[in-house]
Design a protein around this ligand. Structure first.
Ligand code: URP
Ligand code: ZN
Ligand code: ZN
Length: 463
């Protein structure tokens, strides 16, 4: 099976030029001008359109047993939604309950994806406890191709690890050369602040922010970086939301700590007033760390352009507004945390990043694809358009104009946090390893074709 994309305006993180792209089977076979279509090849004319490497979402939850319920998407709906929006590879966090072994957790998450995933996928292995059996099991999981861990410094009694477990996880990661991704919020401070707010009668969604203010996140980032500095491990702060936490990460980097930073499309475009909306509407916007004061948005955009933040993810965590968010109707601490975004990350980042002049097209590719590929060991297989790489390509329609609406979305959740927002451009054609998987907002690929990606340890930006 061959696919020829003619007249592509190829945009990589470090280059931009016009050429034809010939894909043969799973990979890019040749990039040149004036390639004559081989007999039987499918030909797509991309004249006037940018063509990007398939976008990578380094932080999603598809199978998520959490806060007394389960996130709504499964691998079929979640990866279809990803593809429609231009994302061709996702990373999911394996989040086993503390009583489950790492081996059982890894096997359970793999079963969720097999036969259902429509795009390629990998996992960050959640280390939700560290006991006598952990090191051996984690070594096996790394050998099976999962070269990153996930720890939660929050969620007391659920996924959260204590400091001894954090130390042991980071020490093992340093020995194995794998990256540790981390949810950074001080769990004791969260628990104490939640109790104080509830005792004062603050039970509504507007209290969520005050239970996890910037200082709680900043302490988490500093804490992680102290442990990373002492163990020598490479760490990756997930879903960083605010200036103070960024300053803590940048200060640690300046002292020599190997720390990467991810922010989310939610923090770039939404602010804490959304979670303060009356009539429980604010529950749609309850996630952790919380949406912040609007002043943080400019800080995050500038940090992306300056290379201080490496990736933009979604932390896709879809809980229905009608039936699941009300678990916390009378107590904000029980609202399932999370905002779905897997479908809209790329189009929103283009619209508010590139179209508004905050990011160049090359920076857009870096933060939405290439940097994740490099940090997590997928580059140059993914994250770049070059011969020998896998043929994950996004032909962009810069003329498209539309509006985000839950009623027309692919992700299986009953609301969209970006409802009514305008989109200026979207994927026209999305390919996964040489096969067209989405066209003009509609999935047209093969259910179950998505492949588990075995990853070696990363080649980090700056190495
Ligand atoms: O609120 C969030 N972020 N929900 C998903 C779980 C997590 O913390 O990543
Ligand atoms: Zn988290
Ligand atoms: Zn998450």
């Amino acid at each position: 099976m061959q696919l020829l994309i003619k007249n592509a305006d190829i945009v990589n993180a470090d280059s931009r030029y016009t050429a034809d792209i010939l894909c043969s089977g799973d990979t890019i076979a040749r990039i040149d001008r004036g390639i004559v279509p081989p007999a039987g090849a499918e030909v797509i004319d991309a004249a006037g359109r940018p063509v990007f490497p398939g976008f990578i979402d380094p932080h999603t939850h598809i199978y998520l047993p959490f806060m007394g319920t389960f996130a709504r998407d499964d691998y079929e709906t979640g990866t279809k939604a990803a593809l429609v929006g231009g994302t061709t590879t996702i990373f999911e966090m394996v989040c086993p309950k503390r009583e489950m072994s790492h081996a059982e957790g890894f096997a359970l998450w793999r079963r969720q994806a097999e036969g259902k995933a429509c795009c390629d996928y990998s996992f960050h292995m959640g280390v939700t406890r560290f006991d006598a059996a952990s090191a051996d099991q984690l070594r096996e999981i790394v050998a099976a191709g999962v070269s990153s861990f996930k720890v939660f410094l929050a969620y007391k009694g659920a996924f959260g690890v204590d400091d001894a477990e954090l130390w042991r996880t980071l020490s093992l990661a340093e020995e194995l050369g794998v990256v540790v991704t981390a949810h950074c919020e001080n769990e004791t401070l969260v628990a104490e602040l939640q109790a104080r707010l509830l005792a004062a009668g603050r039970t509504g969604t507007d209290a969520h922010h005050d239970s996890r203010p910037p200082a709680v996140e900043t302490e988490g980032v500093s804490h992680l970086c102290s442990f990373a500095g002492l163990t020598g491990a490479t760490v990756y702060v997930v879903h960083l939301s605010c200036r103070e936490a960024l300053e803590a990460a940048v200060a640690a980097r300046e002292r020599g700590v190997r720390v990467f930073v991810e922010t989310l499309i939610q923090y770039l475009l939404l602010d804490k007033t959304w979670a303060e909306r009356p009539g429980f509407e604010g529950a749609k916007y309850v996630m952790s760390p919380p949406l912040r004061d609007v002043a943080n948005q400019d800080v995050l955009w500038h940090a992306l352009a300056a290379g201080l933040i490496q990736t933009v993810a979604t932390d896709h965590a879809p809980f229905d507004f009608a039936s699941q968010k009300p678990l916390g109707r009378t107590d904000f601490t029980r609202i399932p945390n999370g905002i779905p975004a897997i479908e809209d990350r790329v189009t929103l980042l283009w619209t508010h990043g590139v179209r508004r002049g905050r990011l160049t097209p090359e920076q857009f590719v870096a933060v939405a694809s290439t940097n994740a590929a490099r940090i997590f060991g997928l580059w140059p297989r993914k994250g770049v358009i070059q011969p020998g790489g896998e043929a994950d390509l996004v032909v962009w329609d810069p003329e498209y104009r539309g509006t985000i609406a839950a009623r027309s979305q692919t992700q299986a959740v009953d609301y969209n946090a970006f409802e009514g927002m305008a989109i200026e451009g979207r994927p026209a054609v999305v390919t996964v390893r040489g096969q067209v998987a989405a066209r003009d907002g509609v999935f047209c690929g093969t259910v179950g074709r998505g492949r588990f990606l075995r990853r070696p340890v990363g080649t980090h930006p700056g190495d």
